[in-house]
Design a binder for this molecule. Structure first.
Ligand SMILES: NC(=O)c1ccc[n+]([C@@H]2O[C@H](COP(=O)([O-])OP(=O)(O)OC[C@H]3O[C@@H](n4cnc5c(N)ncnc54)[C@H](O)[C@@H]3O)[C@@H](O)[C@H]2O)c1
Length: 387
């Protein structure tokens, strides 16, 4: 894709935004801390809470988990006195501005809706909701209440994402044709919800690659996909032996504007020598090809550490954007808190998360019907503009 075409598409994509980005509240005093309530004190809270504790824009004031021992243990660890065992009691208790939702995927839509109705902003782990329809209703509810909702992942914040977006915007790859992304491991062992209805490898893992590729190449117009279950029974810590209901293996093809085609594969049956944390990962997980160049993201897109570029002018690959700066994947809620304080619009957009949710649902529809599925949602793009 040439620069002029890229900018034209960007303008038309922006014009197509169906749910216009709702306003950010007026900037708050810069020394103001956003009062945060965290619901879900399981595995991922072990990454979020230390990060939130360091944020100058955040004060975590309450914790909630339906397993009270978990809220108590995190509360002791991070010295947070207010602890609850349901969102109802949490909303009626210690006042807070922003709900950080780290619960089971199947609970997100319901809990996010309750929080918005109670006039709280929401940062939700992925997915934002369980269905595209539910997600769309949440964005509408947020607009009605004058509140904001945002959803993970935060991949568009990495310096490597920005580098790739700039290279595309500058036309360095020539006519962009195709992209590929993959992410997998052997599956979480701690909770059954990953394998139950509305769980699955697409909202847990594929969601990162889908956010990256749509973020780089623009909203998808249509989707064709196949999904399957490779391991029908698993043993997990919280429920023992379970039947796997949601896909643990997925291949998704997206058609972007101007005919660029991209492919995401993800699953819970991928042996990965780098493990879940990806320590030491030095291979590309995202690749984009054009007529004049190709580029690869080194490391996972949620924790990348370089971009490799080769062009017709300079065919020997060079490594760019080797500085990870302050990006970490668990930064979404603190970045949102900062934007609430400063009144600036973050790169992470609810419409983008909603679009990714529609892609995931379309992939499942495509598997069920054997057909290509047209999409309706879009988001403001490019996410990072070429300078
Ligand atoms: N674990 C990770 O490394 C990781 C990384 C990135 C994103 N995520 C995402 O974070 C979310 C949580 O994953 P996790 O691995 O921490 O799961 P987990 O099972 O370890 O923790 C979820 C917690 O939420 C609590 N919970 C569920 N429903 C609740 C409700 N209605 N009210 C109160 N508490 C409730 C559970 O009791 C549990 O303690 C998921 O969306 C997952 O996709 C996880």
């Amino acid at each position: 894709m040439r620069r002029r075409e890229f900018l034209r598409q960007a303008a038309s994509a922006s014009a197509l935004v169906l749910v216009s980005p709702s306003f950010l509240p007026a900037a708050l005093p810069l020394d103001r801390r956003i009062r945060v309530g965290v619901i879900g004190c399981g595995s991922v809270s072990g990454m979020y809470l230390p990060h939130l504790a360091k944020s100058p824009h955040v004060e975590v004031v309450s914790l909630c988990d339906r397993r009270p021992d978990r809220a108590a243990s995190r509360g002791d660890e991070f010295r947070i006195a207010a602890r609850y065992d349901s969102l109802e009691t949490m909303l009626a208790g210690e006042p807070f501005d922003l709900l950080v939702n780290l619960t089971d995927m199947q609970e997100h839509g319901r809990l996010n809706q309750m929080a918005l109705t109670a006039d709280r902003h929401v940062w939700s782990e992925k997915p934002l909701a369980n269905t595209y329809r539910e997600g769309k209703a949440l964005l509408e509810l947020a607009a009605q209440r004058g509140k904001r909702i945002w959803g993970a992942p935060a991949v568009v914040n990495s310096p490597q994402f920005a580098e790739m977006a700039r290279l595309l915007g500058d036309g360095r790859l020539g006519r962009v044709a195709a992209a590929h992304a993959h992410y997998g491991h052997t599956g979480p062992h701690w909770s059954a919800f990953f394998y139950e209805e509305l769980g699955g490898s697409l909202p847990d893992l594929g969601v990162y690659n889908l956010a990256t590729l749509t973020g780089l190449l623009g909203p998808a117009k249509s989707v064709v996909a196949m999904t399957s279950v490779i391991t029908p029974q698993r043993t997990v810590d919280d429920k023992g032996a379970i039947e796997v209901k949601a896909e643990d293996n997925a291949m998704v093809l997206m058609e972007h504007a101007s005919g660029v085609l991209s492919h995401v594969q993800c699953g819970f049956n991928y042996f990965d020598p780098y493990g879940h944390e990806g320590d030491g990962q030095d291979r590309p997980t995202i690749s984009v090809w054009g007529s004049q160049g190709s580029m690869h993201l080194i490391g996972y897109d949620w924790a990348p550490f370089a971009v490799e570029l080769a062009t017709a002018e300079q065919p020997t690959p060079v490594r760019l954007a080797t500085d990870t700066a302050d990006y970490v994947w668990e930064q979404g809620a603190s970045v949102i808190a900062q934007s609430l304080v400063s009144g600036s619009e973050p790169l992470i957009a609810a419409q983008h998360a909603l679009h990714v949710l529609e892609v995931i649902e379309a992939a499942r529809d495509s598997q069920r019907t054997g057909k290509r599925v047209m999409l309706e949602s879009t988001f403001a793009w490019p996410v990072v503009r070429a300078e």
